[in-house]
Design a protein around this ligand. Structure first.
Ligand code: BGC
Length: 734
């Protein structure tokens, strides 16, 4: 390290911001490892939730080097005290790394990740993660268990709420943006926290959408789809990864040497550490992969899980495994090395500043502004019959109805444990603020989204009668999505459809705003109401964001990142599927051919396709042109298209680029997203959008991990969604 420079920086900023070089870090790690006992090494490989109240027993354990990490809990003072003991009273002074689930915000709650992804705005997503990192680091957190980038093609799976959508490229771009937001410019900056790519890997492919269920994913699909966002997060510098709960092709993801060693370490060159998911090492016994705790420890360590979360198989059995010469002690050193490397990178050994004793819990004005913008951009307009939206501000009275109009907890979504509740602005509060108290008539109609009673209906109907327009806030309460919250039905729970029907009968215009953690099925509701706005769980500023869109202060610009099925029976459903040998057709002679791939009782197409979302204005796509009809492997193709705003509102459009390879040695998806741009257009304005497509973007995996680009004919679309667009053709040649 350049001491003179560091001295100058210290004088300027009070801290030395110059990180040690990688070689210096390795030297320090080696020196430490050579002095560590086996117990101290296994301690580093152990993580527990923060010992509540920091009792004497825990203090003694920290002094003895029993724990490398704590997560989720502890006041800033307790964390500082535990750290003091680790650094000053343990034999080797190795600091603790504090983790926490900072998933979609910390004190300031942003939309759930699925909602964030609907913004198609990586820069805004990055800024939200940056704010979360600042707020979390201020209370002594060093590491978040995010971003989650599991690809889910089945909305029954409750954790689709935490995902970044079904497309591997978009999920990868957004995961990389989150990594950059969390980790900032330097991992050892006091307001940076280490990211953790999770859940590695395949977790989202749970059979039948049931959480923790088995997954079977052929290697080609694993690499093309499920691993891809992880690889992009790795390239973005994610400091850690979390091994998942699921069994993948017969081997639990937390004991899977193929994904953890072969792919993550050998192919991708990852040198941070891997933490298991919560008790996932022990769960290898229930999976039927490990015979007992000792075997579970052996399999986890051999596979390359460096740190064990919550369960204690490593600590309890590691020494015996080494003494019995079953486990190579070098594997322990490797794991410890990976963990220490991240601790060094975070600056934990260099007196990373302790948190302030009374950190601000109130979100800053900037944080709330980002939360509002991100919520606004995440809102997807699915229906707007006769342009009923936006509502005129001169509209007389508005009836605010439904169980989710004024439920701060529910609008925050699945991960909000440190939320500042006083900052949450519900739709009801925002509506009152926009229109004034006396122009808002309110009746919940139902107590919760699951309420099956109808006693509140009469008041709701009265409210609609007394108003000029009714806005229904329906959907799913937050506990119905997220971990262990799979559903076998995707309809609106409880008596919400009945409530909507009664309100619609009044004859006033009805707008449905749906707050939910997953794509729901609500075909009948959509038929009855004039407009549908999908709001996900929009976070703290959901209320103002929704009202801005309803009244035209913002124009809806969110686009779906998960396919919406017509019925649950269509799941799994996703836009980038294969063609089949008998593809069904929507129109033309083939539409009547029974022997094509479809259903007898419902269309084969989704209710709303991936990429879809309406606007208050209209966009016209034209003039798609390519720099050349043929490109050689290794060359680039410039794709240009004109997008015009032909409507009356200044608005954002998300322009999407898809391709399809028509024939290859392995069948290719009917469409794959290759790029996208969020552009802003004034009424009457036309812009040329330019995409640069390289043949690398067209690569896919063959069996055995061989990445290939095969020559052949391609279709390409510049499109407003995955089911339409302007098509062009090109060839890739050798
Ligand atoms: C979840 C993880 C989470 C961990 C720690 C597990 O149950 O699957 O996503 O990071 O708990 O809270």
């Amino acid at each position: 390290m350049n001491l003179r420079k560091c001295g100058l920086l210290m004088a300027l900023s009070g801290t030395c911001l110059l990180a040690a070089t990688p070689a210096e870090i390795e030297t320090k790690i080696n020196a430490l490892i050579s002095r560590m006992t086996i117990e101290e090494k296994l301690g580093q490989m152990s993580q527990s939730s923060f010992p509540k109240g920091l009792p004497d027993r825990a203090r003694g354990e920290i002094r003895g080097g029993r724990w490398g990490s704590f997560f989720n809990g502890g006041t800033p003072q307790e964390k500082a005290e535990a750290q003091r003991i680790a650094i000053h009273e343990s034999r080797l002074g190795i600091p603790i790394i504090y983790g926490q689930d900072v998933i979609h915000g910390f004190h300031t709650v942003f939309p759930i990740p699925l909602g964030q992804s609907a913004s198609w705005d990586p820069e805004l997503v990055r800024q939200a993660a940056r704010i979360a990192a600042r707020e979390a680091s201020a209370v002594g957190i060093h590491w978040t268990f995010a971003p989650m980038m599991d690809i889910a093609r089945d909305p029954r799976w409750g954790r689709i709420a935490e995902s970044l959508g079904e497309d591997p490229y978009l999920a990868g771009v957004l995961a990389a943006a989150m990594v950059s937001g969390f980790q900032g410019e330097a991992l050892d900056a006091p307001d940076s926290i280490a990211a953790c790519g999770k859940h590695y890997v395949g977790y989202g492919a749970a059979e039948a959408g049931r959480d923790y269920n088995t997954t079977w994913i052929p290697e080609t699909l694993l690499r093309d789809v499920y691993l891809r966002p992880f690889q992009m997060a790795r390239k973005a510098g994610a400091a850690t990864f979390m091994s998942a709960f699921n069994a993948l092709n017969g081997v639990p993801a937390s004991g899977n040497g193929f994904t953890l060693r072969h792919v993550l370490r050998d192919e991708w060159g990852f040198d941070g550490f891997v933490v298991s998911d919560y008790t996932a090492i022990t769960e290898m016994i229930a999976h039927g992969h490990a015979s007992d705790a000792q075997d579970a420890a052996l399999k986890g360590i051999r596979a390359g899980v460096d740190m064990e979360m919550v369960s204690t198989n490593y600590y309890d059995n590691g020494k015996a495994l080494i003494d019995a010469r079953v486990l190579d002690p070098k594997l322990i050193d490797q794991a410890v090395r990976n963990i220490l490397r991240v601790k060094f990178r975070l600056g934990l050994f260099d007196n990373r500043p302790q948190p302030a004793s009374t950190p601000a819990e109130q979100p800053s004005r900037e944080a709330l502004e980002i939360a509002r913008r991100l919520a606004t951009e995440s809102l997807v307009l699915l229906k707007d019959r006769n342009g009923v939206l936006p509502l005129a501000k001169s509209v007389g009275k508005v009836a605010v109805i439904g169980p989710l109009a004024d439920s701060p907890t529910d609008q925050m979504g699945t991960w909000a444990m440190e939320a500042n509740r006083s900052a949450v602005r519900t739709p009801l509060a925002a509506m009152r603020q926009k229109l004034g108290e006396n122009r808002v008539v309110q009746a919940a109609g139902l107590k919760t989204s699951r309420d099956t009673g109808s006693t509140g209906f009469a008041a709701a109907v009265d409210a609609a009668r007394a108003a000029d327009v009714a806005v229904l806030f329906l959907g799913e309460e937050s506990s119905l999505s997220g971990e262990a919250s799979s559903r076998s039905m995707l309809d609106l729970p409880g008596a919400q459809e009945d409530l909507a029907r009664e309100v619609a009968k009044v004859g006033k215009p009805v707008i449905a705003v749906i707050l939910a953690g997953r794509p729901l099925t609500f075909h009948n509701l959509a038929e009855q109401v004039n407009a549908v706005l999908y709001a996900w769980h929009p976070g703290a500023m959901g209320g103002p964001a929704i009202c801005d869109v309803l009244f035209g202060d913002a124009v809806p610009s969110g686009r779906l990142t998960a396919t919406f099925p017509r019925t649950v029976g269509q799941a799994p459903i996703y836009y980038n599927h294969m063609s089949t040998g008998r593809p069904a057709a929507e129109s033309g002679a083939e539409a009547n051919n029974k022997f094509t791939s479809k259903y007898l009782d419902v269309s084969f197409t989704p209710e709303y396709p991936f990429g879809f979302g309406l606007s208050y204005t209209a966009f016209e796509y034209s003039n798609v042109r390519l720099s050349s009809p043929r490109i050689r492997i290794g060359e680039k193709l410039a794709v240009r298209a004109d997008i015009a705003n032909t409507g009356k509102y200044e608005a954002d459009e998300v322009v999407q680029l898809y391709t399809r390879q028509l024939a290859a040695s392995l069948t290719r998806p009917v469409r794959e997203l290759r790029s996208f741009r969020r552009i802003h257009l004034h009424p009457g304005e036309k812009k040329e959008v330019l995409f640069e497509l390289s043949t690398d973007d067209l690569a896919f995996y063959r069996e055995g991990g061989e990445l290939t680009i095969e020559p052949g004919a391609f279709h390409l679309w510049v499109a407003p969604d995955s089911a339409s667009g302007q098509r062009a053709e090109f060839w890739v040649v050798r």
